[in-house]
Design a protein around this ligand. Structure first.
Ligand code: PLP
Length: 480
């Protein structure tokens, strides 16, 4: 497919801007362009077709199930888009005085109060723009806490091997040494191994829960107590909060700080790279260090300021407020019962699909799962040569988005499915049947699976090469 720049033809330029009737002003030369601005010259019809074709090449939840584990690619109610696009919410400037943005401040305060209730925490900031960004803010808060207590010998952050990959990356970004703890046979943190690494050099433990195996840790209370006893603090990675929404609260489990991915659980379409929101919630002991804007209410109305000992801004102003607006609209429309239903259906759907598949596919940690589960294709690979990648690519030929593959690392030939709460039983049945058929084909026609995808937009790109040496600038004449 040609880029829109290649489709541009000189002379087609449409003069849609009316001729200027105001007196012309000449700017100083250093402020003007030295060469003419190269604008596209393309008809409106062609432009509309171009973007339509591009949209048809993409796959989204509007096309079908998108079971990408740990990403919560679910249907996001369109009404939340309308709320976020309300003119009163979009046509303002972040530097307007508080008296002129009373509505926004009240909305954000409601959002904070709801999320405090959902998480069992004491304060919330919307400033972080993504999950990983929220983790960064959270671990920095923990650092501020230890430093304030003169406890500067704590140089380590414990991260179980079933954590999301951003957890160790965050700890390292914040200057900590990452200490890995293995999982036990049930997929939870190996508590005995944990006790061996705990000590007065540990700043924090970061727990992804449910972990990347889709399992909620059974020993969670014991774990947070052990960490606290050693003087460390506990971080909860709540990116996939739909597994426990309205049912269990990290604040009650002994965690001191956490983030939520509003763009996952709370209804912002994502996958194209943003904008997102990794709202951070924390207990009172960390509240004073929070980044972002402190919103309060007095007799005059809503006010804004900074937290007393703030670690400084880590993003802009209030964060990505449109994402927060969607999240708040989502929570208000769901209400308490609706939020509980989200969690129950997310867990039910994953367990239903797992049950359909477990007769034919090996599921290593199969004790019941939360919102997602992980299949291993190791046995299939040994018997037929068909890998997790072959299965994933064959799903594309069947019109379904593949799951997350080769993650978590502790499962070989891993395929991580997160069906989400917004899929119907029929769609779970259909996709499971596709997977069962692929398994049969591995024995009868493995070559077909090795060659997949035949129907995708591209075949099998060099993914490592694309990540390591990305070509980010369009070169004229090069076919994309
Ligand atoms: C998605 C995810 C993250 C990272 O969130 P981003 O918004 O992509 O930075 C962190 N932890 C878990 C468990 C996740 O699923």
């Amino acid at each position: 497919m040609k880029t829109i720049f290649e489709k541009s033809v000189q002379g087609k330029y449409q003069d849609i801007i009316p001729k200027c009737t105001l007196p012309e002003v000449t700017f100083p030369q250093e402020l003007t362009r030295s060469a003419a601005l190269e604008l596209l010259e393309i008809s409106e019809t062609e432009m509309s077709r171009h973007y339509n074709q591009l949209a048809q090449r993409a796959y989204g939840v509007s096309d079908g199930m998108y079971p990408l584990g740990s990403c919560t690619m679910k249907y996001n109610p369109a009404v939340n888009e309308e709320v976020a696009a309300l003119k009163g919410l979009t046509d303002i400037h972040p530097q307007q005085p508080a008296s002129t943005v009373q509505g926004w401040l009240r909305i954000l305060k409601i959002g904070e109060d709801y999320l405090k209730e959902v998480t069992g925490m004491d304060a919330v900031t919307f400033q972080p723009a993504a999950g990983a960004h929220g983790e960064y803010a959270g671990i920095r808060l923990i650092r501020e806490y230890h430093m304030k207590n003169g406890d500067d010998k704590r140089t380590k952050v414990i991260v179980p091997d079933s954590a999301h990959g951003t957890n160790p990356a965050t700890a390292a970004m914040c200057g900590y040494e990452v200490v890995s703890v293995p999982s036990d046979s049930e997929g939870g943190v190996d508590v005995e191994e944990l006790s061996k690494v705990l000590g007065n050099d540990v700043a924090a433990l970061m727990l992804t829960n449910p972990n990347t195996l889709g399992i909620s840790d059974k020993n969670i209370l014991e774990i947070t107590e052990m960490v606290h006893e050693a003087g460390g603090l506990c971080y909860y990675d709540g990116a996939n909060l739909n597994a426990i929404l309205g049912i269990a609260r990290p604040g009650d489990m002994g965690f001191d700080v956490m983030h939520m991915n509003l763009h996952k659980t709370f209804s912002t379409p994502h996958g194209g790279g943003g904008p997102g929101s990794g709202a951070v919630a924390c207990k009172n002991i960390l509240k004073g260090f929070l980044p972002g804007i402190k919103i309060e209410e007095d007799e005059e109305g809503m006010t804004m300021g900074l937290y007393e000992e703030t670690m400084g801004p880590i993003g802009l102003y209030y964060g990505n407020v449109a994402v927060a607006a969607r999240a708040i609209a989502y929570m208000l429309t769901l209400g308490k019962e609706g939020m509980v239903a989200v969690a129950k259906n997310a867990v039910l759907n994953a367990n239903y699909m797992k049950t359909l598949l477990e007769k034919d596919y090996h599921i290593p940690y199969n004790e019941g799962c939360m919102h997602e589960f992980v299949i291993s294709a190791e046995d299939l690979k040994k018997e037929t040569g068909i890998t997790a990648m072959d299965i994933a690519k064959s799903m594309i030929d069947n019109g379904v988005h593949p799951p997350t593959v080769y993650f978590p690392l502790i499962v070989h030939e891993a395929l991580m499915f997160e069906p989400t709460e917004t899929e119907t039983k029929e769609s779970l049945d259909r996709v499971s049947q596709i997977l069962l058929d692929i398994r049969k084909e591995a024995y009868t026609d493995p070559q077909k699976l090795h060659e997949a995808p035949r129907k995708g937009q591209i075949r099998r790109p060099d993914e490592v090469g694309a990540a390591r040496n990305p070509i980010l600038v369009f070169e004229d004449g090069k076919d994309l």
